[in-house]
Ligand binder design. Structure first.
Ligand SMILES: *Cc1c(COP(=O)(O)O)cnc(C)c1O
Length: 380
């Protein structure tokens, strides 16, 4: 379908992402009643496939929640349901989305402390351990994949450390879930949050959470969990494969089709391998470009997106101009995370742009994009 005013851009940003035609077509499946027998036909397979994609066994003690909203809704719900008013929550941040989790704790009136690492660096476990010893928090939030910098954290190591200090780990897995192993089985977080519009290759509209067995006992002791942010209320409905509030039925139909594709046609391991191949290809492309370098710390580079440091002298303004050049070639280019580039510019450092290679982007699409981007970069 076309509209004369809407440009059919290929999205290489870090979410929302490119949507396959089959997923677009799935929006035409019949609408349904969310308290009717038709509901479970969509949501039972959706939940089973989310567990398979998360690497959880059929008899897992994790429960899956689907919220109307987005990844933020799941994250805010984790704060409201699992952090008591007299708890201390330590929010560990390696960038803008770690800062967002901290903000959610602050604006919900929780006693929040923050541990921040330099942009481009991953969490340092020695520093984290020191801080856990000093602060003795009841709850700790961490980011699996920091979308502003392209850094992936070792959440299995971090969750182990957090548990060893008697705290509950909450994980923001928004941009990576569906593109790499969730590590939920190994890391055993109290709650793991994600959303539809990043590595799952769906439109935005649902927050998704994996709720660990220790979350229920904790939530029972937390007051004022809200209504739609209450994991206990949500779990009540989820036990019947229903959502607490009226779901976006169009997105549910699309999610049914997309998760079936991922688990039963593409294959989970093939999907993860494809993300690694695309990441490696982008790394090779950056290495061959004079003056450009990878921004994220070696060993912690994301399979879902790559942040690229420009040569000295290239400014956020240049990247915005590049974005318009790429638009004229039919792409939506990502000129970097605004606040990060402002902070880098203030320190006299070169700007960073990002390449989203998540979800259903194929190596062939990426190849064409890199070719066109290289021309636009060198011709500037
Ligand atoms: C996009 C993103 C969010 C916010 O998710 P929404 O779905 O936009 O609410 C949170 N954390 C990370 C790491 C993200 O990439």
């Amino acid at each position: 379908m076309h509209h004369p005013d809407f440009a059919p851009l290929k999205l290489f940003i870090t979410g929302p992402t490119y949507i396959r035609d089959e997923v677009k077509q799935a929006a035409l499946l019949p609408e349904f009643g969310h308290r009717d027998a038709e509901n479970i036909k969509r949501f039972a397979p959706i939940i089973a496939n989310l567990k398979a994609l998360a690497g959880l066994p059929d008899d897992t003690d994790y429960q899956v929640l689907i919220y109307n909203g987005s990844g933020s809704m799941a994250m805010e719900s984790s704060i409201r349901s699992l952090v008591a008013m007299d708890d201390v929550v330590l929010n560990v941040s390696v960038g803008a989305f770690g800062d967002l989790y901290h903000k959610m704790a602050v604006v919900n009136g929780k006693k929040a402390q923050q541990l921040r690492f330099e942009p481009g660096r991953a969490m340092d476990m020695t520093v984290l351990e020191q801080r856990l010893r000093e602060t003795s928090p009841q709850v700790v939030t961490i980011t699996h994949n920091e979308t502003s910098t392209g850094v992936t954290n070792d959440i299995t190591a971090a969750c182990g450390l957090i548990r060893a200090h008697g705290a509950l780990p909450l994980v923001d897995g928004v941009s990576i879930f569906g593109g790499a192993p969730s590590e939920i089985s190994e890391a055993r977080p109290t709650m793991y949050c994600t959303s539809t519009q990043k590595s799952l290759g769906l439109p935005a509209g649902f927050g998704i959470a994996f709720i660990g067995p220790d979350a229920v006992a904790k939530a029972e002791k937390v007051e004022f969990r809200g209504h739609s942010s209450d994991i206990l209320g949500q779990l009540g409905r989820a036990s019947k494969a229903q959502t607490l509030t009226t779901p976006n039925c169009t997105l549910a139909n699309q999610m049914f089709v997309q998760l079936d594709h991922i688990v039963h046609r593409e294959g989970v391991q093939n999907r993860f391998d494809r993300h690694i191949r695309m990441r490696n290809r982008v790394h090779g492309w950056v290495d061959a470009l004079d003056g450009f370098e990878l921004f994220a710390q070696s060993g912690h580079r994301s399979p879902a997106l790559t942040a690229v440091r420009c040569p000295q002298g290239m400014t956020p303004k240049d990247l915005k101009a590049l974005k318009e050049t790429m638009r004229s070639k039919g792409y939506l280019f990502d000129p970097g995370y605004g606040k990060l580039n402002d902070a880098l510019a203030a320190e006299g450092q070169a700007a960073v742009f990002r390449i989203g290679h998540m979800g259903d982007i194929t190596p062939e699409m990426l190849e064409t994009y890199l070719h066109d981007l290289q021309h636009a970069l060198l011709g500037r």
